[in-house]
Each structure stands twice: as structure tokens, then as C-alpha cells.
Design a protein around this ligand. Structure first.
Ligand code: TXA
Ligand code: MG
Length: 314
């Protein structure tokens, strides 16, 4: 348990909140949609704490919040359609999913290992000031425990997460109360999540209709995620022993070329997970053994991902 501080929106409050975020702590803050649970989007260790605080049973990719279009374009592949939508609706309740730029500093855990990233520029003045003060993108899902209603006041945030996060910036009520609309732009525009911005407005700016996500897309989504973060090698879970031809992805006090957390810390293991899955590919590890990971707290989310990664595939 930590004591959760409440920050006012004067310069001192924003400065302290920003320095906490820079140091890897979690701070909730208002956006024009809902309160977000913020973490440094370039730090796997910070982002892992989001999943722990929300008690999420699985990892999903998160939205990164930026100060302006120019800084977004440093992290993702910008396009004409992105430019049109950004010019019309940013800052505002629109999230775009775009391919990651090579060398993008976003933490692998933010994108759950995907080659794309969800990005937005929030309009709320407090969110704007906080991002400027941090000097880099802030990853933020809604600031509520997993499965609970999204918060629109600092009091809602405290009711759900007090004792689990470093602080909350109290900027009064969030406006829309509905999460941002998410549009994917990789292969023609597709609506990934309806939200605070009307689809008709987006279609008007693009001058064409947006594909709605169908059930088939939903079913194929986990598969896409699977193929992007799963190592090429065959994975064997709950391995107490390793054979000679296997590469061990360790956890706890074991000798291994890659160890998720030598001291057996689940938050550290979550922070290392996606980066180490990528590393196993770079090492061309074809047979991978994974140490047992306790199925408690963040261990559930880690085991969820490892189980999917270990599932047979063609
Ligand atoms: O209004 C909002 O968008 C709020 C405030 C705090 O900004 N944030 C929010 O964030 O709702 P989050 O992280 O909970 O939203 C994540 C959504 C999920 O539905 C996820 O599937 C989608 O964004 N998403 C993120 N990255 C994605 C990607 N690379 N491809 C497809 N969907 C992605
Ligand atoms: Mg939510």
C-alpha cells in the first residue's frame, strides 16, 4: 500500500505529479473523456504497474497520450489520413492506431508487443500541462480497477485505486464521460471502438465511409496479437528443468540467459515480458523453456500471455 496523494492543478501540483511520472510512479489525471491512469509510456517498469494497480488478468495494448502532432510523429508512421484527422479533431477524443516507427521509444508493454500503437492528443488543459511537464508521452487506460466503471472525478479514482497509485491530479469533472473513439488506419480506416467523437464526423473529414469492425475482425484480433508477440520458437511452460537444446526464460533464482525477474518479482517480470519475447526471436531460440510463474496478481496476466504464446500454431 502507498498513500495516494491528491494534487491540485496549480503549478506546484502539476510539477510534483510530473516528477512522480518521470520517476516511474502512477498518477491519475483528468482528460476530456475520463480520468486516465498515467505512467511513463517509454518505461516497461512503469507501465507494468498500471496492470498491477488495475488488477488486470491480461495485458492489452494501451493508449499513449501526447502533447501535439509533432511529438506523435516521432513515435508512429504518420500518413495523409492521420494528418487530416489530427488537423480536424486533435486535441480531442479521437485515438488513432498507426504503425510504430522503427526505433520508437514506446515501451513494448504499452503496445503489448504489437507493431502498431494507439495514440491521441487529449484536449483537457490539465492533461496538456501534465504531458508538457513530463516531456514525453503518458500511457493511460481509464483509472479504475479492472471490470469497474470508468471514473470521471478524482473522487471516483480514489474510491477505486486509493493505496494502489502514487497520486491523482484533481481537475474536477471530466467532460464527455465516454472514452475516445478509436480508428485504425493501417489498411483503410476501421472503427475499433466507438466513443466520444461521432463516426459521421470522422467520415465527413475523410470523405469516405469507415469500415465497422465485424465479428470476424474481433475473432482474428487475438490471432494477430498472437503472431506478433509469440516467439518463433516452441515454448514449454512450467519448466522445472531445462534440456540442452532449450533456451530458458527464467523466473526467480535460476541460472538462465534471460530471466524475467531473478528476485521473483511479478511486476518486474511483467515489465520484462514483451521485450524478452522479442529478444528470444533475435536470439533465434527455437525451443524455449519457461520457469513456473505463480498464478497470483500480475502472474495471471503473465501466464495468460505465455499460454497463448505457447499454444500450437501453423
Ligand atoms: O478516452 C480514452 O481513450 C481513455 C482516456 C484515459 O484517454 N483511455 C483509454 O485507454 O480508454 P485504454 O488504454 O483503456 O484503451 C485501450 C484501447 C483498447 O480497446 C485497445 O484494444 C485499443 O485501445 N488499442 C490500443 N492499442 C491498440 C493497437 N495497437 N491496435 C488495436 N487496438 C489498440
Ligand atoms: Mg476502461
Amino acid at each position: 500500500m502507498v498513500e495516494t496523494q491528491t494534487f491540485s492543478i496549480d503549478d506546484d501540483g502539476i510539477t510534483v505529479a510530473a516528477s512522480l511520472l518521470r520517476s516511474g510512479a502512477l498518477v491519475a489525471f483528468p482528460t476530456e473523456t475520463v480520468y486516465g491512469l498515467g505512467a511513463d509510456a517509454c518505461s516497461d517498469a512503469a507501465v507494468a504497474k498500471i496492470f498491477e494497480a488495475k488488477n488486470r488478468p491480461h495485458f492489452n495494448p494501451l493508449i499513449s497520450h501526447f502533447a501535439d502532432v509533432a511529438s506523435v510523429a516521432n513515435y508512429v508512421e504518420w500518413s495523409d489520413e492521420a494528418e487530416k484527422l489530427a488537423a480536424a479533431f486533435w486535441p480531442g477524443p479521437l485515438t488513432l492506431v498507426l504503425p510504430l516507427r522503427a526505433g520508437s521509444r514506446l515501451a513494448p508493454l504499452v503496445t503489448a508487443g504489437l507493431p502498431t500503437a494507439a495514440v491521441r492528443v487529449p484536449a483537457h488543459p490539465v492533461a496538456q500541462r501534465l504531458i508538457h511537464a513530463v516531456g514525453g508521452p503518458i500511457a493511460a487506460p481509464s483509472a479504475n480497477p479492472s471490470g469497474k466503471v470508468s471514473p470521471t472525478t478524482a473522487a471516483h479514482v480514489m474510491a477505486g485505486l486509493s493505496g494502489r497509485i502514487a497520486g491523482v491530479v484533481d481537475g474536477g469533472s471530466s467532460g464527455v464521460g465516454l472514452e475516445s473513439t478509436i480508428v485504425g488506419l493501417e489498411n483503410g480506416p476501421i472503427l475499433l471502438r466507438p466513443g466520444g467523437l461521432e463516426v459521421e464526423q470522422i467520415e465527413q473529414i475523410l470523405g469516405k465511409s469507415i469500415r465497422m469492425r465485424t465479428d470476424t475482425d474481433k475473432i482474428s484480433a487475438p490471432g494477430q496479437i498472437l503472431s506478433h508477440y509469440a516467439p518463433q520458437g516452441v515454448m514449454r511452460l512450467n519448466a522445472d528443468e531445462v534440456s540442452e537444446d532449450e533456451t530458458l526464460l527464467g523466473f526467480g533464482d535460476v541460472a538462465a540467459p534471460l530471466n524475467l525477474s531473478p528476485k521473483g518479482d511479478l511486476v518486474e517480470a511483467a515489465a520484462n515480458l514483451f521485450a524478452m519475447l522479442h529478444r528470444l526471436n533475435e536470439m533465434n531460440a527455437m525451443k524455449i523453456a519457461v520457469s513456473p510463474i505463480p498464478n497470483i496478481g500480475l502472474g495471471r496476466a503473465i501466464n495468460d500471455r505465455l499460454t497463448r504464446a505457447a499454444a500450437p500454431r501453423d
